[in-house]
Write a protein that binds this ligand. Structure first.
Ligand code: BYC
Length: 483
């Protein structure tokens, strides 16, 4: 632990970065703050801004007791700037500068690259809040409503984390980037968010749970890769963000798990043996497993695009520079330089999908994506398929092939089915509704989205969670609607 581990809670902006001793930075952040609050009120959760919500707030960066729970009105949430404790004598772990002391200031030669990485990361955080802003109106329970808002305030805190780096280390350009982070809008045609998946709609709660399962998991992988950074402030920021991120993925995996559990229980009660008998299942007011599969196909493929192209000189440069490492770089047993090393990459060759050995440096996006797919796969088995199996149904959810429904990289130019079989453009158009949610599927899910705001009650299509947040009982009033 260093002296910066103590969090100063007295000022406008809680922090453990010594804001009190840095008047220039404090002024910059304080002048960004009103625009931020305007953004939160106009682009953050629609409604509920005046209601006390039982939220977790980060108050320390020590692994034990880093958060406290209590009722907060969202605009009063203490969005703070918190860095994980500095590690004494930390060295750059990979690339051309391996073994050198980590940078405490921005290395001039890598300024533009670093600013870009931080800006892209920062852009995703408010984007997700914007995407989810209308979900409060149809929450399946107060428990879920609170979880949505928890995710929202923490993603917004992650925006603060990136804005801190931009304002502290990048002077005027950093201030301009920080303004632009509040200016761009998810889904806006003139000023969209930077990455594709963050301009998609999150129209209902099934989409929210899929997003937190699949897309927040990209967040986990990217934050891990940035946590390896030789730019120490970025590493420390990302390490602390990862502490919060785990709960977001829990909300996704347990949320989908609860939907599956409810569907299976309803099918059992009704004596339905065939889970693909969609009409009968839907008549029970629960979501059928084939629709869950199509939603998983959609969110998984959108998220794969967030890893960039399989072969990327940007990724190679960021690694060489020591700015962005591999997932768990410090636990990999190799030279951490990768000169001359190769990595297997799926590519499009003569119109077929084939494995190719590519220079490992150019294939770093692919490697991170592979780690992501393995992580997501184990979540699907452990959290979802086990529930279906226990219920005795012969149906398994599975991740589609990585070439399916892609807009970035090798496979953007082709169409495949979820098993990776090539399809002509006509066939894709004809069969699209078999693989991806159709208008009817979405209309059915939308028809279930009726709010349930009574403490301890849940919508027809989702099971109650096993345990409450912070050990609270089942009928706890996670959001006080009376104000
Ligand atoms: N959409 O060399 P390429 C999270 C651009 S999620 C649009 O293939 P590169 C969260 C790319 O910018 C994690 N454009 O890829 C989750 C480049 O443009 P420029 C967010 C795209 O650069 C849930 C060009 O195409 N963090 O935290 O190696 C809730 C060629 O790029 C896309 C990060 O992503 C796309 N999908 O890798 C809340 C980490 N993909 O520069 C939060 C920081 C690529 O030529 N970002 N392009 O104009 C990065 O590491 C990299 O920028 C990327 C792309 C992995 C995104």
């Amino acid at each position: 632990m260093t002296d910066t581990a103590a969090v100063d809670y007295d000022g406008l902006i809680p922090n453990n970065v010594g804001l009190n001793h840095d008047p220039r930075l404090r002024r910059a952040l304080e002048s960004w703050h009103p625009g931020y609050l305007d953004w939160w009120k106009s682009r953050g959760p629609d409604g509920f801004q005046g209601n006390p919500v039982y939220l977790r707030t980060a108050i320390s960066v020590e692994p034990e007791g880093w958060a406290k729970f209590g009722y907060v009105r969202m605009p009063d949430y203490r969005w703070g700037i918190l860095l994980a404790p500095q590690i004494a004598d930390r060295r750059i772990g990979f690339g051309a500068h391996k073994g050198e002391p980590t940078w405490q200031e921005v290395p001039g030669e890598y300024r533009a690259m670093l600013r870009r990485l931080i800006t892209v990361q920062g852009d995703t955080e408010p984007a997700s809040v914007e995407q989810q802003r209308r979900l409060g109106a149809t929450a399946p329970s107060l428990y879920d409503l609170r979880n949505l808002f928890q995710v929202n305030v923490e993603e917004a805190r992650h925006l603060w984390a990136m804005v801190y780096l931009l304002q502290k280390y990048f002077g005027r350009d950093g201030r301009e980037e920080a303004e632009d982070l509040l200016r761009r809008r998810s889904g806006d045609t003139d000023s969209p968010r930077l990455l594709g998946a963050f301009n998609e709609a999150t129209p209902d709660w099934l989409a929210f749970f899929m997003f937190t399962f699949f897309t927040d998991r990209d967040g986990k992988m990217q934050l891990h890769a940035l946590a390896q950074s030789g730019f120490d402030p970025l590493s420390r920021t990302c390490r602390f963000m990862l502490t919060e991120e785990a709960h977001h993925m829990f909300i996704g995996q347990s949320g989908i798990g609860r939907v599956i559990e409810r569907s299976c229980a309803a099918m059992r009660d009704a004596g339905i043996d065939d889970p693909t008998d969609i009409e009968r299942v839907r008549a029970l007011g629960v979501i059928d497993l084939p629709t869950m599969q199509k939603r998983a196909n959609l969110h998984f493929s959108l998220t794969l695009d967030l890893f960039g192209s399989e072969i990327s000189s940007n990724a190679a440069n960021a690694f060489n520079a020591g700015l962005k490492g591999r997932y768990l770089e410090d636990q990999i047993d190799d030279d951490h330089a990768l000169a001359g090393a190769t990595y297997p990459v799926l590519r499009l060759k003569d119109g077929r999908i084939a494995r190719d050995e590519a220079p490992a440096l150019s294939a770093l996006n692919m490697r991170l994506r592979d780690d992501y797919v393995a992580d997501a796969q184990s979540g699907v088995e452990r959290w979802w398929n086990r529930i279906i199996e226990r219920a005795g149904y012969d149906f398994r959810l599975k991740l589609p092939h990585v070439a399916f429904n892609r807009r970035i990289g090798e496979f953007a130019a082709i169409n495949t089915d979820p098993d990776g079989n090539l399809l002509s453009g006509d066939e894709w158009q004809r069969r699209r509704g078999e693989f991806l949610p159709s208008g009817d599927d979405n209309a059915f899910v939308a028809s279930l989205m009726q709010p349930v705001y009574e403490p301890g009650k849940f919508a027809s299509w989702i099971a109650a969670p096993r345990t409450g947040i912070d050990g609270k009982p089942g009928d706890f009033e996670y959001v006080q609607l009376a104000g």
